[in-house]
Design a protein around this ligand. Structure first.
Ligand SMILES: Nc1ncnc2c1ncn2[C@@H]1O[C@H](COP(=O)(O)OP(=O)(O)OP(=O)(O)O)[C@@H](O)[C@H]1O
Ligand SMILES: [Mg+2]
Length: 316
């Protein structure tokens, strides 16, 4: 039995001849947030369903909250919460009624279910709207109610499958705040996301998955460092000079012609910056803006998996 909250070793899952998980390895320490980041179809939901005992797998070993999911699924279920990719709450019922119903499903008595519902509504800023039908809730409110429902049993390990997909920036920020508050209470959260920024902001550690296995793992900073350090971005005033400007810089490329943006590696930050300013000046190319920055997770993904994340939306 492991001290870690989640241990996944060499898990394979096939549908017919299609390999969905192809040797997935994952270790998640207790407490904190671990993000599983990957594009559509990477196998995120499949992994979450296996970890939460809802789906069988073909090979490998999975332990959650100290118990083997195959041998002791009941012990695992008692210790976990799950926020699925699709909402589980009933639209017609009020928020409080929904939570009470979940409490009853988990065999809390009527009084305890009611008290737990009130406590959770309060915790997620839904106390005032607890009697309103969920159909009238905003996207962010619904997702927070979903989150509250997944916490009815006060789980040790909580799975959040794309908790903010489809929310506007405000709803997303509300859910992020709710997740942060949770982790303060000692819960271990495994969240899946397609949003690079979400993983960057919420997670202590990130596993990048691609093709059903982990392509890279580490803190956001470690992953960024693996891409080869900092970058320099230059906005050129005259779009006609873009290609010429890029050619003047070592490793320079036009990264966004619409924004008249060129980029290049900036391993030695300040030296690159002063060299760039000098080279452009000598060539008579005027820059509107120059910044040296850390690479984004999008660039990390591109460099570590070799595939462009066209499906990945970057949250704003
Ligand atoms: N029941 C099933 N039968 C056959 N193939 C399936 C089944 N469920 C999932 N798949 C396939 O497995 C792959 C991984 O699916 P999964 O839902 O785990 O991806 P995901 O990373 O959660 O994607 P998304 O970001 O779109 O939610 C996909 O190619 C999907 O089509
Ligand atoms: Mg999914």
């Amino acid at each position: 039995m492991s001290d870690d909250a989640i241990v996944v070793e060499g898990v394979h899952k096939r549908y017919g001849t299609k390999r969905v998980l192809d040797g997935l390895d994952l270790t998640v320490a207790r407490s904190g947030v671990h993000a599983v980041l990957g594009p559509n179809g990477a196998g995120k939901t499949t992994a979450v369903r296996i970890l939460s005992t809802l789906l069988r797998y073909d090979e490998g070993r999975v332990e959650v909250a100290g118990h083997d999911v195959r041998q002791r699924p009941g012990d695992v279920r008692r210790r976990i919460g799950l926020l699925g990719q699709n909402a589980a709450v009933d639209e017609q019922l009020g928020g409080r009624q929904n939570l009470e119903m979940f409490g009853r499903l988990y065999h809390l008595g009527a009084r305890r279910a009611g008290a737990r519902a009130d406590e959770l509504l309060d915790r997620f800023g839904l106390a005032d709207t607890g009697r309103k039908a969920v159909a009238e809730y905003s996207g962010g409110m619904r997702r927070r109610l979903d989150l509250a429902a997944s916490l009815i049993t006060d789980p040790e390990v909580l799975f959040l499958d794309e908790p903010t997909t489809g929310l506007d920036p405000r709803g997303r920020a509300e859910v992020w705040a709710a997740v942060r508050a949770l982790v303060g209470g000692g819960t271990t959260v495994l969240l899946t996301t397609q949003y690079l920024e979400e993983a960057d902001r919420l997670a202590d550690r990130i596993s990048l998955i691609d093709g059903g296995r982990v392509a890279a793992e580490g803190t956001a900073d470690e992953l960024k460092a693996r891409v080869g350090g900092d970058r320099i971005d230059i906005v050129v005033r005259d779009g006609a000079q873009l290609e010429r400007a890029a050619a003047l810089l070592t490793g320079g490329t036009v990264t966004d012609p619409d924004r008249r943006l060129i980029g290049a590696p900036a391993g030695d930050r300040m030296a690159t910056l002063s060299r760039t300013v000098r080279v452009l000046e000598e060539a008579g190319i005027e820059a509107e803006d120059i910044v040296v920055r850390r690479p984004t997770l999008d660039e990390v993904f591109l460099s570590l998996t070799g595939s462009r994340q066209d499906d990945v939306e970057v949250a704003v």
